[in-house]
Design a protein around this ligand. Structure first.
Ligand SMILES: [Fe+2]
Length: 160
């Protein structure tokens, strides 16, 4: 089995696609909610999305199964950790939309868990694209919209 110099390849791809794809999901400071611990975690999610995108745009003939699974596992673990942290803060301020927010978190976890290993193996580019789309939609709709709402309440209550 050929072992791809994945880091090198990813760096080249990132350069190559910088203006086309990567820029779309690049972390920007304007995405900050003003709560450092959460901002750092959101930034990490953007990094994972970038990695997924880099894998997605690799040539069709390259076997990327291992890389996709690695990213999927990393995402699953990190999201679980991040949601737990975020939900702690929501409980701390007795956020009135806590349950709606938790449902949205659980829905996202379900999306991630729904990926089927055999399907990933057979349709690597498509499945990677699906993962990237789900993740980008999440980052845009949830992180940049819904999280902004609770962060505003949190900062008011904590006099930040
Ligand atoms: Fe959230």
């Amino acid at each position: 089995m050929t072992i791809w110099p994945i880091k090198k390849l990813m760096k080249e791809r990132t350069e190559r696609f910088k203006n086309k794809v990567i820029q779309m999901i690049e972390w920007k400071d304007s995405y900050r909610l003003g709560i450092d611990i959460i901002d750092e975690q959101h930034k990490k999610l953007f990094d994972i999305a970038e990695d997924a995108e880099t894998i997605m745009v690799m040539p069709e003939h390259v076997d990327r199964f291992d890389e996709i699974i690695t990213i999927l596992n990393e995402l699953r673990d990190y999201v679980k950790y991040h949601f737990e942290q975020e939900e702690k803060l929501l409980l701390e301020i007795q956020y009135n939309k806590f349950f709606d927010h938790k449902v949205a978190h659980n829905d996202f976890i379900e999306h991630i868990n729904a990926f089927n290993i055999d399907e990933i193996d057979e349709h690597q580019t498509e499945k990677c694209l699906e993962l990237v789309r789900i993740l980008i939609d999440w980052l845009i709709e949830h992180v940049l919209e819904k999280d902004k709402q609770w962060a505003k309440v949190y900062k008011e209550k904590k006099n930040m």
